[in-house]
Structures are given as structure tokens and as C-alpha cells.
Design a protein around this ligand. Structure first.
Ligand code: CU
Length: 680
């Protein structure tokens, strides 16, 4: 019998045109081509198990986003996926992990926020690639990505019930092994759990040979307790994350060790003031990178330790108002960042990169969503944000940097910015299942610590990986983006289709600009400056069920331009898409997908971005569920062992491997994988 659960998991799509806060789930992305559940307005998101995948072995949470229309992943290493939404990435996209805003400790973003979203606990990866409601924005320009861990499961009565879950996986392409374990017990009021995860892989094989410096090891442990009382649920979770020897071959160093600890306390429930959602958290990272542990070193042996501490508080209160719901919220986020470099070939000589740098944010918002006419729904919100930044003086520096350090220290480093953002989104139902959508947005982002306080030219660029040296700028203004989004959405029992287009104008876009100073390679240093930029594009997707067949197709196009000089913006994915077909029965399924990318020709001249050829790659998958609690899956990625290049994977900087220094990173060759998922 065909699987009756065709519904949302099949038809996903179009986060692209999700003008209203329709959310998408990418948690099952490796399974089918389209695995995002989009449920119109208001968002309805049924938790789906992220481990419930019939194929693919994700290396990090960002891996699950590569098939989401409008979303791409910028990658400098196996566990360093940086989310790109409609051409914007890094701090320009608001990414939260269990409600936490995590600031990478690495000045090259080897540890972007999703690095800390453990696969063993991941329940949903909710993506909005279009206009986001203001409650999910703040100090960012595009979309929203929220990684959510599996919520506690309470039992029906006071008797304690054991809970367990085991996941195991292996992929041949990099000898990748992963395991996840969840154990605990719950009754109707209390839930106590341990969650653990382990991942390990060697260098991967491309179609042309082993690619050096691409392995990784990481482990995570967490204890989670939840208490239910009436309509309210208290959640207390504490965890650790340890990553070791994670190669980042497109950057000058590798992530040798990255340790993070976190604790968070959350409450969700009804109160006399309304429906309350509140959380307080602390997330601490210790990061170490060097240029000699995982790769041959030609010159000086260098290392760079860093720490990043995030403390945050979020509060949201929802109440009925008129024909809809009014949400009022407060968000506080404080980051402390310290980074220094050490020259181990010169007796451990030390230079501060950032010393006692702080970046604090205070946001307040009000958002209303509801019907304003029989067929017309609206989401309208305003958000104010205050960003306060400062940096300590530079104390340690290498000899040649003495003058730059003195010049930096002579200036006042404190900077404050005020933002006023807004979103107005409308959805008009033409007929049942068919709607037109439109949204206007204004978003503001203040400069990062790197962009403001990088006082001496360094190869630190939030992971641009262009081999260039960057310099900060104390005189930067915040970026302000104005966007227009239009879309159409069709939702029928066996067919879903969506299409959307967008246009976003970014005033004071922050980009490195060549200045009259040469770096050690003889190239002009790029100093962060305010320019003007424009991004536009669109996405379309289709998902259709014919008998037991599920058919899908999607396409994404994004273009970005520096409108001051006409140059393309750097590292934006070219035209891409895919088609998929799966045959699904009650207890088994088989299927495949063909992913395609156009040649990347719209490259950025200012930092010498290389072009990449177009490609098509075939993946096959199958799965069987012999019992209700057991799922087995297997597949072959890149069936024809094709040599191809991910347009966002960067250029190799590690000598001695099959890829020359300066060569574009090839993608993984043919890889067989098997996975098991058992739940009790
Ligand atoms: Cu790093």
C-alpha cells in the first residue's frame, strides 16, 4: 500500500516564496529532493525526526540545507558550513541554535553557528529564505534559520517510562562514521535525558584522488531536564561540544581544537500576561587553529587561540488582538571575543587580533498577524535594535605592527548603532489552495567585531577564503537593506508548486575594498568599506504525487552586484536545481535525484574569484523499516564518480595532495553509505 503519509514531508518547497512566515523544515533534506515542510500561514510545523532520513550522511547541520530553494552553503571544511540565503551569508543571516545566537570564535568562521547544532539532537532545521517576520530577524539582512533539538517527550501518567534511541552511520567516500545515542526516562511531569553524538572521518576521495586536510572528529554530550506543570514546560539543558582536527583546506589554518560548553533554561506556557516563550542562555567557545598540525608548513609555525562567549535572554509574549495575534518580544545578546596569534617559530611571540572586544545587542519588537479581509492575511511588525560595541587596546603585537597598534589604541573604540526594521507581508487567497503573496522588508545589520576592529591587515575575513588580507574600519556604518518579495503558491492534495522573486537593495553594504597597502603576497589589502549592493533572483519548486511515486523539481537563481562599480558580489551560488523521483511503499522506498548547477561565470573581480564549470550529479537511495522502531537506509552519492566542483567550495591552500595549491576544491567522488536508526 502506498504510504498515506504523503503530506507535508513530500511537498515541501518553497521557502523561497515564503513571504509570510511560512517556515520550512530541512531536517530531512538528504532523503528526498524536497524535504521542507511549508505550511502557509500561520506556520504549522509538526516535528519530524532529523535522523529519520533514508539517505545521505550529513557532515554537519548545514549539509541538510543544500537542496532548499534560495539557500546554499559556503564551505571551507567538512564541519564549517556557512548558510547562504538569497546570496547573503555569515552575519547577514540570522541563525539560531535552540534559540541561542552563537558568535563564531574563529575570525575565519571555521565554527559558524550551525557547527554547534549537533546532528544527534537535531529535530528540525527551520528555514525562511524570503522575508522573515521581525521576531526572527534582528541585526541581519536575510531570512532565518533555526536549528531545534528534539523536544522532551512526556509520558501519559506518573509511571516512569524509559526512552532510548540509537543511530549509526557509515559513508565510504571519507570513511565517515557517526553515532548518536539518546537515553532517558520520563513521566507525565518530568523528562530526564542524555544525548550524545560522535562523528569521525578521514580525508575524502574525489574522482581524482584523496583530498588532503578534509577529515574531522567531533563529539557532543548533553543532559536535558524538562518539567511540565499545567500548560507550562520548563527546559534545562547543558552540553559540551568537542571538535578535533577539522581540516579547512581553503583557509590558511585548520581547526585543531574547538571546545564549547553551553547551558540554557527556557520556559514556554500560558501566564496571566499571555502565552510566554522565554529563554536565558550562556555559550562559551575555546577555539584553536594552526598551520602545521594537519598540513605541511612552509614558513613560520603559527597558531591562533580564541574565545567567544555569548550570553542571551529572549522573551516573547503572544496575545489575541483583533482578528489575529499580537506578539511582543525582547531579545538581549552579549558577545565577548578574544583572539590572538602566536608565532611558534619565534619563541611564541604573540600578537592580539581582538582583545576584550564586546558586541551587545538589545532588540524589541511588536508583530501582528491575522486576517484583515475575507481572503487576505497580513503579518506586520516593527523592530528596534540597539547595538553597542567596544574593544580593548592592543597590548601585544609583532614588531612591524607597532605603528598600527599605536594608531588603533589612540582612537576611541566604542560604537553605538540604532536600527529600525520592519516587515509587511500579505497573502491573498485567489481560491482554495492558491494564493498570491507579497512582502516589503527593511533590515539593518551593524558591522561585526572583525569588520570594525581588525586593526592590522590579516587573512581574517569571516571565511571568505579568497587568500587576501583584510583590514577593519572604525568608521563603518550599519548596512540597511530594503527588499521586495513576490510569490505564488499552489497547494492541492497531490500537487504543490511555488514560485517567488525578490529584489533587495543594500545601502552601505560592507565589503573589502583595495587600498594603497600591499600584503605579504604583494596584493592590495582589502579594507572593509561601505559600498552599495543589490541582490535579486527567484526560486521555483514543484512536488507531485502519482500513485506511489513522488516527483519533485526545484530551481534557484540569485545574482548580486556591487552597484558602485558593477562588480559581482563574491561567492554567490549560480543557477542551480534538481529533479527527484521516489517510489514509496509502507515499509520501504527507493529513489534518486539529479542535482545540477550552471557554470559559475558571475564571479567577483575584486578578490579574484575563480569560475567553476557546470555539472550534473546523480544520487540513488533506498530504505526499509522492518519494524516500527527500526529504519535502515543506504544509498550511493555521485553514482558515476563524476569530477565536479561545488561553486562555493573555494580554492585549496594545502600543499602535497592531489589538488594543487590554488586549484578549486573538487567534490566528493562516489560514496556508499548505510544508516541505522532505532528508537525505543
Ligand atoms: Cu579558526
Amino acid at each position: 500500500m502506498p504510504n498515506a503519509a504523503f503530506v507535508p514531508r513530500l511537498l515541501p518547497l518553497l521557502i523561497a516564496a515564503s513571504l509570510l512566515p511560512a517556515s520550512g523544515r530541512a531536517d530531512e533534506a538528504p532523503v528526498a529532493l524536497m524535504t521542507i515542510v511549508v505550511e502557509g500561514t500561520p506556520p504549522v510545523i509538526a516535528p519530524v525526526d532529523a535522523g529519520d532520513t533514508a539517505g545521505g550522511m550529513a557532515r554537519d547541520a548545514a549539509d541538510m540545507l543544500t537542496r532548499v530553494p534560495g539557500v546554499a552553503v559556503v564551505r571551507n571544511g567538512a564541519q564549517t558550513g556557512i548558510v547562504q540565503v538569497r546570496g547573503l551569508y555569515n552575519e547577514r543571516v540570522r541563525v539560531r541554535v535552540d534559540g541561542m545566537t552563537i558568535t563564531p570564535a574563529c575570525p575565519n568562521h571555521m565554527d559558524p553557528p550551525l557547527h554547534y547544532a549537533g546532528l544527534e539532537a537535531l529535530d528540525a532545521l527551520e528555514v525562511i529564505a524570503g522575508a522573515a517576520p521581525v521576531r526572527l530577524g534582528g541585526d541581519s539582512l536575510a531570512g532565518s534559520v533555526e536549528a531545534k533539538s528534539r523536544p522532551p517527550r512526556f509520558a501519559a501518567d506518573a509511571a516512569w517510562q524509559p526512552q532510548a534511541r540509537v543511530e549509526l552511520g557509515y559513508a565510504s567516500g571519507n570513511g565517515g562514521r557517526q553515532a548518536a545515542l539518546e537515553m532517558g526516562a520520563a513521566n507525565d511531569a518530568l523528562s530526564l535525558r542524555y544525548l550524545g553524538g560522535y562523528q569521525d572521518a578521514g580525508n575524502y576521495e574525489s574522482a581524482r584522488g584523496e583530498v588532503a586536510d578534509t577529515g574531522y572528529t567531533s563529539q557532543r554530550h548533553a543532559l536535558a531536564a524538562a518539567y511540565r506543570h499545567g500548560s507550562g514546560v520548563w527546559d534545562l539543558e547543558a552540553g559540551t561540544h568537542r571538535a578535533d582536527d577539522v581540516g579547512t583546506p581553503t583557509l590558511p589554518m585548520d581547526m585543531v581544537q574547538d571546545d564549547a560548553d553551553r547551558i540554557r533554561l527556557a520556559f514556554r506556557g500560558d501566564t496571566p500576561l499571555g502565552s510566554l516563550d522565554a529563554q536565558v542562555y550562556r555559550h562559551e567557545i575555546e577555539h584553536l587553529m594552526d598551520n602545521f598540525s594537519l598540513r605541511p608548513v612552509a614558513g613560520m609555525r603559527m597558531q591562533a587561540p580564541s574565545t567567544s562567549d555569548d550570553t542571551g535572554f529572549n522573551l516573547a509574549l503572544a496575545n489575541p488582538a483583533g482578528s489575529g495575534t499580537l506578539k511582543l518580544g525582547l531579545e538581549i545578546h552579549a558577545n565577548d571575543l578574544d583572539v590572538y596569534q602566536q608565532n611558534l617559530s619565534a619563541g611564541g611571540l604573540r600578537q592580539d587580533t581582538f582583545r576584550d572586544a564586546t558586541r551587545d545587542r538589545y532588540g524589541v519588537y511588536g508583530e501582528w498577524e491575522g486576517s484583515i479581509a475575507p481572503q487576505l492575511r497580513m503579518n506586520a511588525g516593527l523592530r528596534g535594535e540597539w547595538v553597542s560595541m567596544d574593544s580593548g587596546d592592543i597590548v601585544s603585537f609583532f614588531g612591524p605592527a607597532a605603528a598600527a597598534a599605536a594608531a588603533f589604541n589612540a582612537q576611541d573604540h566604542a560604537r553605538d548603532d540604532t536600527h529600525l526594521d520592519g516587515t509587511v507581508a500579505l497573502s491573498y487567497a485567489l481560491q482554495r489552495g492558491l494564493s498570491l503573496e507579497g512582502a516589503l522588508t527593511r533590515n539593518t545589520r551593524s558591522p561585526s567585531i572583525l569588520e570594525r576592529y581588525l586593526w592590522t591587515a590579516q587573512s581574517a575575513s569571516a571565511g571568505q577564503a579568497d587568500g587576501r588580507s583584510y583590514l577593519g574600519n572604525l568608521n563603518l556604518d550599519p548596512e540597511v537593506a530594503h527588499g521586495v518579495n513576490l510569490g505564488i503558491k499552489l497547494k492541492q492534495p497531490d500537487l504543490r508548486a511555488q514560485a517567488g522573486v525578490f529584489w533587495q537593495d543594500v545601502g552601505d553594504f560592507i565589503q573589502g575594498q583595495p587600498i594603497a597597502m600591499l600584503d605579504i603576497n604583494g596584493l592590495p589589502v582589502l579594507q572593509y568599506r561601505n559600498v552599495n549592493a543589490r541582490l535579486w533572483g527567484g526560486e521555483a519548486s514543484l512536488s507531485k504525487r502519482v500513485g506511489a511515486f513522488e516527483l519533485g523539481a526545484w530551481v534557484s537563481l540569485t545574482r548580486g552586484e556591487n552597484t558602485d562599480n558593477g562588480d559581482n558580489l563574491y561567492r554567490i551560488a549560480p543557477l542551480r536545481g534538481g529533479v527527484s523521483a521516489d517510489y514509496r511503499m509502507e515499509s520501504w522506498h527507493v529513489g534518486g535525484e539529479w542535482l545540477v548547477s550552471a557554470r559559475k561565470e558571475d564571479v567577483a573581480a575584486y578578490n579574484g574569484e575563480p569560475e567553476t564549470p557546470g555539472y550534473g550529479v546523480l544520487n540513488l537511495r533506498a530504505g526499509v523499516a522492518p519494524t516500527k522502531n527500526l529504519k535502515l537506509s543506504a544509498g550511493i552519492d555521485n553514482v558515476f564518480d563524476k569530477l565536479y566542483y561545488d561553486p562555493l567550495a573555494g580554492v585549496n591552500r594545502v600543499a602535497g595532495g592531489s589538488v594543487p595549491v590554488g586549484g578549486i576544491m573538487p567534490a566528493m567522488g562516489r560514496s556508499l553509505y548505510v544508516k541505522m536508526d532505532w528508537t525505543y
